[in-house]
Ligand binder design. Structure first.
Ligand code: GDP
Length: 442
């Protein structure tokens, strides 16, 4: 899961800070050194880390923080705010033309996920009620056109192509005429990629850019290539001028350094992230929510959105209310489980639940098999126990372990995780009620 290691390390540092009633400058220095190491290990750009730590130190050393009643919390609050700022503060949306056709040029190196992302983005745009057209401009690999046609078909978006014997600039121009005649309102150009940045490719991209004047030039980069992705972004931006970045394969990147560095290095925002190979696995990039996930505060909003896409609205609303009021019990857990299975890999969802640190789940493998075990454990509880987990004493736990065929430690672990989740929810809803403006509910 993205940011797992970083998240786990930062939470360790902050746990120690939170335990202290007063904070000395030395405590703070020690903690910030740990934060710095954690960021560097997550492969965040060195200069970015240096500035980040400096800013936090400047903000935290003030009397207001050090002598407050909760200095640890105040430092976490500052880290949260600075993480958000690092990633661009607010969600950066696509720009659509006010009149006529919106043109989006997808650029990137081969293998980054450009073709897949073009189709994912087309699907997303289509779901907003627009009429997108995909355009195959990679004429160097015949397979590229076939691939785009295939994924286009899967998301039900037409693909415009003219084979491999036509110049990409001419294809792009012809696609605009075609889009006009056929009432498409968004054109997504899948340009050619190369293994490395080369001048011939850049010249071709510049020609397409000057001929189409796109609203958006989006660079697709692979998160798993770490700082290379940041260098690629810098090079494309210098040559072409980017409007934003789509960072793919974040699902497989446990470090997350590229995602944390790209905005600070290039000043271009991440607009979307790829979270899997399926064509529905593209998410808007919300700096606030990512910071929240990194700091172990979960990402309830993304969870709710996923629920709304996959679960009927009434149910999703009930779930949201229960989360917010910290009234979620095992009965709800069970009821939602079937629905949750539709929302995507469970390991991704768990990371969005406040208080559950996926890296710390250790030997508990959160996969679908695990879901079945969890289900068996919950099904072995009585309804009364599900509604009121505090009833679960040792003899009841033993009975549940026997009934579900799982060992007692597993039952204990599930109950403990559930309690942690409830405590976090309570803290958040408490913080939201009591300290308006100090803490935001994620
Ligand atoms: P292109 O050469 O840049 O057009 O790359 P492709 O679209 O062909 O993608 C290369 C590989 O990356 C394919 O196997 C995709 O399924 C995979 N891929 C793309 N985006 C993601 C993502 O967000 N997560 C994961 N896990 N795989 C992805």
């Amino acid at each position: 899961m993205p940011f797992d290691q970083l998240s786990s390390k930062l939470q360790d540092v902050f746990k120690q800070l939170k335990g202290k009633g007063k904070l000395t400058e030395k405590d703070l220095k020690v903690a910030l050194r740990e934060v710095k190491l954690a960021l560097l290990e997550a492969d965040v750009n060195f200069k970015v880390v240096k500035n980040f730590i400096k800013t936090i130190e400047e903000r935290a050393v003030g009397q207001e923080v050090m002598e407050s009643l909760t200095p640890g919390q105040q430092v976490i609050k500052i880290v949260n705010e600075e993480l958000i700022a690092l990633m661009g503060s607010t969600q950066s949306k696509l720009t659509f033309a006010t009149r006529g056709i919106t043109t989006i040029m997808m650029v990137g190196l081969q293998g980054a996920g450009k073709t897949t992302t073009s189709a994912k983005l087309a699907a997303l745009i289509k779901s907003q009620g627009k009429r997108p057209l995909l355009v195959a401009c990679d004429v160097y690999r015949p397979a590229a056109i076939e691939q785009l046609t295939k994924v286009g078909k899967q998301v039900n978006v037409p693909v415009f192509s003219m084979g491999i014997d036509v110049n990409p600039v001419d294809i792009a121009k012809a696609s605009m005429e075609y889009a006009k005649e056929n009432n498409f309102d968004v054109v997504l150009i899948d340009t050619a990629g190369r293994l490395h940045i080369d001048e011939v490719l850049m010249d071709e991209l510049k020609c397409i850019k000057s001929s189409l004047k796109p609203q958006e030039i989006l660079l697709v980069v692979d998160a798993m290539t770490g700082q290379d992705a940041v260098n690629v972004a810098e090079a494309f931006d210098n040559a072409l001028g980017l409007d934003g970045v789509v960072m793919t394969k974040l699902d497989g990147d446990s470090r997350g350094g590229a995602a944390l560095s790209v905005k600070a290095v290039t000043n271009k925002p991440i607009k979307y992230v790829g979270m899997g190979e399926k064509l529905g696995d593209l998410e808007p990039f919300h700096p606030e929510r990512i910071a929240s996930r990194i700091l172990g505060m979960g990402d309830v909003l993304t969870l709710i959105e996923k629920a709304q896409q996959n679960i009927d609205e009434k149910k999703a609303k009930e779930l949201e209310a229960k989360f917010r009021k910290a009234e979620f019990n095992f009965e709800d857990f069970l009821e939602q489980m079937e629905q949750v299975k539709k929302m995507g890999p469970i390991s991704q969802l768990i990371g969005m639940i406040p208080g559950l640190n996926t890296a710390k789940l250790g030997d508990v493998q959160i996969d679908d098999k695990q879901m079945n075990y969890v289900e068996a454990i919950i099904l072995s509880m009585t309804k009364e126990e599900r509604l009121n987990p505090s009833l679960l004493n040792m003899s009841r736990k033993k009975r549940i372990a026997k009934g579900s065929g799982r060992d007692i430690q597993e039952v204990n672990r599930l109950i403990k995780q559930f309690e942690q989740m409830q405590t976090m929810m309570k803290q958040f809803s408490g913080a939201m009620k009591g300290k308006k403006g100090k803490f935001k509910f994620p």
